[in-house]
Design a binder for this molecule. Structure first.
Ligand code: COA
Length: 260
């Protein structure tokens, strides 16, 4: 599969998806949404891929938002479609069943911030900047940003950022829990890949079950979330990786991961 706006590189156990419109600071246009949706569909069905990294090309931007040139032509009818299409693609990322890690290498504004928030973990470079500046354009975040940011940083911080359109730096983003950790630009990919290599070395069933349960916490009540967790726990107790992992501990040896 070839993509007009993405680079997709397969590594051992994981893939790197790079947003590739550096001259437009990787702004998310309609083609990029189509490409992203197709890439996620392929990677989620690829048994050799157990995690996905999303990053931006160049050293300046992860993604500077929705493509404002395309956005400008929206009216009340097409605007809703514009928003819901982006929401569907980002939900596809969030619910693809494999860990998706954003390596935020610069601006993550508007739709770029929303894309990063649809990933399960965010690492960023020291020059990264985050914000939801949509109010400056007379709109609100429309790709799930009002919902995900509120879940991630809480209502007060989400409102502070989104209602003012203010842009924050990497350190502040880490302080409020929007990113997991901050790295020199030159180390960001190496750090992210090492982290992902650790994740893909574990039992894929255990990783998937844990991911599903963590995501379920956003939409289920605490009681239903517990039931869901117990269900997932039961399922992984039926895997060879569980039997081997526990036996290896008892026999004081390193476990073999069978992936089943
Ligand atoms: N949509 C479309 N094009 C964009 C874009 C976006 N969201 N963000 C940047 N670009 C384009 C610029 O138009 C410019 O293109 P050009 O060279 O053909 O004129 C190119 O990317 C470089 O951007 P530029 O603004 O010149 O870079 P800068 O370093 O001066 O500023 C930003 C960087 C991120 C502060 C600025 O580009 C910006 O504010 N972008 C929009 C952010 C935004 O509001 N996002 C939310 C959208 S819903």
């Amino acid at each position: 599969m070839t993509y007009q706006t993405l680079l997709v590189e397969k590594k051992t156990g994981y893939a790197i998806v790079t947003l590739n419109r550096p001259d437009k600071l990787n702004a998310l246009n309609a083609q990029m949404f189509t490409d992203l949706d197709n890439a996620i569909e392929i990677l989620k069905n690829d048994p050799e891929i157990r995690a996905i990294i999303v990053t931006g090309s160049g050293v300046k931007a992860f993604a500077a938002g929705a493509d404002i040139a395309e956005l400008h032509s929206c009216d009340s009818t097409t605007g809703e479609k514009f928003s819901s299409t982006g929401q569907q693609v980002f939900s596809h990322i969030e619910h693809c069943g494999k860990p998706v890690i954003a390596a935020v290498n610069g601006f993550a504004l508007g739709g770029g911030c929303e894309l990063a928030m649809s990933c399960h973990i965010r690492f960023c470079s020291e020059n990264a900047k985050f914000g939801q500046p949509e109010v400056n354009l007379g709109i609100l975040p429309g790709y799930g940003g009002t919902q995900r940011m509120t879940h991630i940083v809480g209502r007060a911080k989400s409102a502070e950022l989104t209602l003012s359109g203010m842009i924050i730096g990497a350190q502040e983003a880490m302080q409020i829990g929007l990113v997991n950790s901050v790295h020199p630009q030159s180390d960001l990919m190496e750090f992210t890949e090492k982290f992902v290599q650790t994740v893909v070395s574990k039992s894929p069933s255990a990783v998937q079950a844990a991911l599903h349960s963590i995501i379920a916490a956003d939409s289920l009540s605490s009681e239903d979330g517990m039931k869901y967790e117990a269900q997932q726990f039961g399922e992984v107790c039926g895997t060879q990786d569980f039997k081997e992992g526990t036996l290896a501990f008892l026999e004081k040896r390193v476990a073999v991961v069978f992936g089943k």
